[in-house]
Design a protein around this ligand. Structure first.
Ligand SMILES: Nc1ncnc2c1ncn2[C@@H]1O[C@H](COP(=O)(O)OP(=O)(O)OP(=O)(O)O)[C@@H](O)[C@H]1O
Length: 633
């Protein structure tokens, strides 16, 4: 643990975000300060895992084969606490890159969400991940002495900083491979210089670590009348990988701490499932559902997935092949007994064992979600808020499980008019009217727009529930999810809307009469709007509005057309159908218009209907001119 030389010392500045994060962390996380030890032990354990993996190919990296372990020691006189590991270590370049910057997706979003409120920010920082920088909560100076496995003893590195804005980096001699993190504790952190206290924190936070976490044994010295350290190291944790223990030997607290270790999340998980699978393929899975979505859930390049182990040897982080993409929020560990230790990402893609793991794990997660939905409604609602949109992707991605996924979906609907997505398709079907054989929905850019859609009018009148869909993924989902429980899903804004089974004889007769009576008006409008619409017809949808836009059964909805255009994609130019409500006073006014004004009226009517749908008008100036002209008459 010695370093002698300070040749080629260099002072470098932290990336601006690091400075900001450090400041925030010290001020917001103080009441939670003990977590620094969890973070540092977690990093030390990851460093040992990485070494063990690299040593599969290059056994010489192990430099003799000393047991991989983490050692915690304190020095009352020097006022320091040291966390050492004999893992992979850091080269000079790695130290500069990893201990001076934040190279993580979601960083910008994280900073944009900070509020200045200590408690809220503490939670956000926790979600973002505090890692190494949490050392500065308790230390006013941190020295890291490290040597990358495989490099000679004189190519160690010494990194040091007071967490204010800069760090120094210098060459150092280090006889043993790995990393020592030396915390120069703040003046009021004396209580950490105590073997009993440290053991207590370690047991709480790090018991699940699969390597030995060691401290020097202590004995009572009656002369000094205090505990004194001996030269003998002892393990203070169980040091067996948590997932290999039997369920009955693991407490909820241990499951939760392990989750924080694998996910770098700060909060407890929402739920977990732990199973040993035997048979054709043999593996253990310990999978967790987080409470809240990480900052980078929507980032395509974000790390995702679970950690893969093969017979307890860590192989890789974020092995995305082990779960389908729509379950990318799941965290945890899968330990296979069948895969070869030298498995690569390419092999994972082809492997039959991986396919079996993927299918098995998917089923477990779906069962876990079903159980949550059934027995822990509040937790399921929390899950849905964070991950519902991702789960919807499963309807198109995983046909084999589409029915199970469909049952887990939740929507807003006209049943409560509330924006909360809480209605399941099963609830909807249970409330269907006699004679109703379809599930109706409307899609729009926002919940408010969906709720205000004129297409809902006749459904309100008849008391038929309509699902209100306004998530970006909804249109995509609907192109795969065509039916549920034998009932097709139908847009209220598409096609001829056959409510016939729900209409009584009298109503049907009346509608036919109205259509006949207003045929001349319809034909006149059709002629006026020939260039802009496919067809004009009397509507069975409308009650309070004068007109609305309808597209064909198999055409893109206006909402989807707008999304495609916004994404810079070409959407086919579809001429819509204009449906009119002849009983509306505006239509009576139009009918009475003279020939030279009729065109103006017809165009205003169509433009209004387009606007209500949320469309931008192709000729907004023309619309305003026409409207003003008519208003002034
Ligand atoms: N003891 C160590 N040995 C080797 N490398 C380390 C050690 N501690 C930290 N590092 C390196 O520094 C990087 C940054 O660590 P830090 O704890 O800040 O973030 P992280 O572990 O990547 O993510 P998180 O913030 O989610 O914990 C690590 O990814 C690792 O490469």
């Amino acid at each position: 643990m010695t370093d002698s030389s300070t040749q080629s010392a260099e002072t470098l500045g932290f990336q601006a975000e690091v400075k900001q994060l450090l400041h925030l962390m010290i001020h917001s996380l103080y009441s939670n300060k003990e977590i620094f030890l969890r973070e540092l032990v977690s990093n030390a354990s990851d460093a040992c895992d990485k070494l063990r993996f690299e040593a599969l190919d290059k056994p010489e990296l192990l430099e003799g084969g000393e047991e991989l372990a983490i050692t915690i020691d304190y020095d009352k006189d020097a006022h320091t606490l040291t966390i050492s590991d004999n893992g992979i270590g850091l080269s000079r370049e790695e130290a500069v890159a990893n201990l001076g910057t934040i190279a993580r997706s979601g960083t910008r979003e994280f900073f944009s969400q900070l509020t200045g409120d200590k408690q809220k920010d503490a939670q956000l920082i926790g979600q973002f991940g505090v890692g190494f920088y949490s050392s500065f909560i308790v230390a006013d100076k941190v020295t890291v002495i490290s040597r990358r496995a495989g490099l000679p003893a004189d190519q160690g590195v010494r990194w040091e900083s007071d967490g204010q804005g800069e760090f120094t980096i210098a060459q150092a001699d280090k006889a043993t491979r790995g990393t020592d993190i030396i915390l120069h504790l703040r003046a009021d952190e004396d209580e950490l210089l105590n073997g009993w206290k440290l053991r207590e924190i370690l047991r709480r936070y790090s018991d699940h670590i699969s390597l030995p976490v060691r401290m020097y044994k202590e004995e009572w010295d009656s002369e000094k009348s205090e505990q004194v350290k001996t030269a003998e190291l002892e393990s203070v944790n169980q040091a067996s990988a948590l997932w290999t223990r039997s369920k009955s030997d693991i407490t909820d607290e241990q499951y939760k701490e392990f989750y924080k270790h694998v996910s770098h999340d700060f909060e407890d998980p929402l739920a977990w499932t732990h199973n040993r699978v035997e048979g054709r393929s043999e593996y253990t899975q310990l999978l967790y559902i987080p409470k809240r979505a990480p900052f980078d859930l929507w980032d395509r390049d974000a790390k995702r997935g679970v950690k893969l182990y093969v017979r307890r040897v860590f192989i890789m982080d974020d092995a995305e092949q082990l779960l389908p993409n729509y379950l990318r929020f799941v965290r945890g560990v899968i330990d296979s007994a069948d895969l070869p230790l030298n498995v690569s990402r390419e092999i994972l893609q082809e492997s039959r064992d991986v396919r079996a793991i993927r299918e098995g794990s998917t089923k477990r997660i779906l069962s876990l979600l079903e159980e949550l939905a059934e027995n822990r409604a509040e937790d399921y609602a929390l899950f849905w808020t964070g991950f519902g949109q991702v789960l919807k992707e499963g309807t198109g991605e995983d046909f084999a499980n589409q029915e199970r996924i469909a049952k887990l979906l939740r929507f807003a609907s006209t049943h409560s008019e509330d924006a909360t997505q809480a209605v399941s398709l099963t609830d909807y079907v249970g409330r269907m009217k006699e004679g109703q054989d379809k599930i109706y929905y409307v899609t729009a850019d926002s919940h408010a727009a969906a709720l205000a859609s004129p297409h809902l009018e006749v459904f309100r009148k008849k008391g038929i529930e309509v699902l209100l869909l306004s998530d970006r993924v909804d249109e995509w989902m609907l192109s795969y999810l065509r039916e549920f429980d034998g009932k097709s899903l139908v847009s209220v804004a598409k096609g001829g809307l056959e409510l016939d089974d729900l209409a009584d004889e009298e109503e049907k007769k009346r509608r036919a009469e109205v259509a006949e009576q207003f045929k001349p008006l319809v034909e006149r409008l059709q002629k006026s709007l020939e260039a802009r619409v496919k067809e004009v017809r009397t509507s069975s949808r409308l009650v309070d509005s004068p007109a609305c836009i309808v597209v064909g059964e198999n055409e893109l909805s206006p909402h989807l057309q707008r999304m495609l255009q916004a994404a810079g994609q070409s959407a086919p130019d579809i001429k819509p159908t204009l449906e009119i409500n002849p009983e509306h006073a505006l239509l009576a006014r139009i009918q009475a218009a003279s020939d030279d004004q009729f065109d103006e009226w017809a165009n205003v009517l169509l433009d209004q209907a387009l606007l209500v749908e949320g469309n931008a008008l192709p000729d907004a100036a023309g619309f305003v001119q026409r409207l003003n002209k008519l208003l002034l008459q």
